[in-house]
Write a protein that binds this ligand. Structure first.
Ligand code: NAP
Length: 257
């Protein structure tokens, strides 16, 4: 069996780098190419630029070159709000986006560029990691820097579904830098895990668990054409049964936004 050639965008990011490491640890299954815009960050995170494509998702040509010959795309890019300055006592912090880094530019146009390049290159499957909260136009994250980040992310998810390419859309709850493989994962849809979380648990999930779901989505056929929300029970939850069977988890998910 030949290895699946996968391009991972956002590969210098906190979840993207985990996905790239995991894919590279399975060389019989995957040939993983990272896509990043900063040579310095690539070298810092991976010690080497081998099997990396340097580029910006704002530039369709960069993506077209990088994705040529790939079977699958994993997209983990995101606009990142930055605090303007430490808030004065009693004041709320204010956020902004770097020039060129607005959610409309990164999470909509940048995602659209990736999907268009993938379609042109004949890519068979796109795994997109998004965010829960997109059904609520008034979600506080939309106010950060007036970026409407969740609205643009959701628009890109619909664009992916409409593209006709096989998709898996993983909308994560709040991301934690904690170990993976230690929790029960819970899937849902339409932000119900946010509006009425089971037993009031915090709607969070470790980045490592999300990264593993991305890898499994590339392996398990029943992750194809599914879009779902995902959180985890806390590690010390006495009712938790650690999720080991992702096939069974994907079986609980459905098609469409
Ligand atoms: P992250 O660390 O913020 O990484 C974002 C990545 O996007 C970085 O690698 C960044 O590159 C890249 N990027 C941004 N603009 C780019 C451009 N123009 N061209 C090329 N690359 C660009 O991501 P994360 O926190 O792991 O989140 C992963 C995903 O989960 C995102 O979609 C996020 O919205 C979603 N999510 C996050 C949370 C949370 O709690 N943070 C919750 C739910 C879902 P540089 O490294 O060069 O900056």
């Amino acid at each position: 069996m030949t290895a699946l050639k996968v391009l991972v965008t956002g590969a210098t990011g906190r979840t993207g780098s985990l996905v790239l490491q995991k894919l590279r640890s399975l060389p019989d299954k995957f040939e993983a190419i990272g896509f990043g815009r900063s040579l310095l960050k690539i070298q810092e995170k991976f010690d080497s630029t081998t099997n990396f494509a340097l580029g910006d998702i704002a530039n369709p040509e960069d993506l077209e070159t990088a994705i040529s010959g790939c079977d699958a795309l994993v997209t983990l890019t995101s606009a990142v709000p930055k605090m303007k300055a430490p808030p004065q006592e009693g004041q709320k912090p204010e956020f902004e986006f770097e020039p060129g880094g607005l959610p409309e530019q990164v999470d909509w146009i940048g995602q659209k560029n990736q999907i268009d390049a993938a379609k042109q290159a004949g890519v068979k499957h796109i795994v997109l990691v998004g965010s829960m909260g997109g059904t609520n136009l008034n979600h506080p994250l939309n106010n950060l820097g007036n970026g409407n980040i969740l609205i643009w992310k959701r628009k890109a998810e619909q664009y992916l579904i409409d593209s006709g390419i096989n998709y898996t859309i993983i909308r994560a709850g709040g991301l934690l830098d904690q170990p993976g493989g230690k929790r029960e994962l819970i899937v849902g849809k339409d932000d119900t895990l946010l509006t009425s979380p089971p037993n009031g648990i915090p709607p969070n999930i470790p980045r490592e668990d999300v990264a593993e779901l991305v890898v499994q989505a590339l392996i398990q056929p029943n992750a194809i054409n599914k879009a779902f929300d995902v959180i985890s029970k806390p590690e010390d939850d006495s009712t938790a049964v650690i999720t080991s069977d992702t096939k069974q988890l994907f079986a609980q998910t459905t098609s469409g936004l």
